[in-house]
Design a protein around this ligand. Structure first.
Ligand code: HEM
Length: 163
């Protein structure tokens, strides 16, 4: 079914189409607002594209992000770690293993567990964590999402350094 503009109404789109619609809208917005240079994005997605670790002695087949040097974990992989014994969260496209920190978290373990295995950026930022809290993040950093799953590119106004 098409609307008056010849487009399929949003509510009739399949979830996958909605995702691609959202991705296109985000891309358009970032281009229009000048947040991100598309050519830079294109080249950065190839330059920051992930490659398999080239260490021949490694038994792992984990991809590594060339730009950051971090191991790459997908959203699906992160989602598997959502228990008190094994808790990962995503903050600004980076993956953190906060299992050992849960019981020490000054805000309580429950607020982190609400986001276990998922993105916690908005909640994390909403709290207004202090500088020491931001610095403590590095302790738990373990990886990064693949370029196609990142929603905070690091090249726009929402940069890791502005947290
Ligand atoms: C590795 C991730 C995290 C670290 C290192 C961290 C660290 C901290 C620290 C050090 C504090 C004490 C206050 C401050 O210094 O800002 C705090 C408080 C708090 N955090 Fe986190 N936090 C993390 C993740 C989260 C997440 C995902 C949430 C989700 C909502 C959260 C919610 C809170 C809350 C509600 C407080 C209490 C704030 C208050 O009492 O004023 N934190 N956190």
């Amino acid at each position: 079914m098409k609307d008056n503009y010849g487009s399929t109404p949003l509510y009739l789109l399949q979830p996958s189409s909605i995702f691609s619609f959202a991705a296109q809208t985000l891309e358009l917005a970032t281009q229009t607002l000048g947040y991100r240079d598309t050519s830079a994005t294109t080249s950065s997605s190839s330059s920051s594209s992930s490659s398999f670790a080239d260490d021949p002695t490694s038994t792992r087949h984990r991809k590594r992000d060339e730009q950051s040097g971090l191991d790459v974990y997908t959203l699906d992989e992160v989602a598997m770690h959502d228990t008190m014994d094994d808790c990962w969260i995503i903050l600004y496209d980076k993956v953190f293993d906060v299992t050992k920190f849960l019981l020490d978290h000054p805000g309580g373990e429950d607020v982190i567990m609400e986001h276990a295995g998922r993105d916690a950026t908005i909640a994390f930022r909403g709290v207004g964590h202090s500088l020491p809290a931001l610095q403590a993040l590095d302790t738990y950093l373990m990886g990064i999402l693949p370029p196609e799953e990142r929603i905070f590119t690091g090249e726009g106004p929402c940069q890791w350094s502005t947290l």
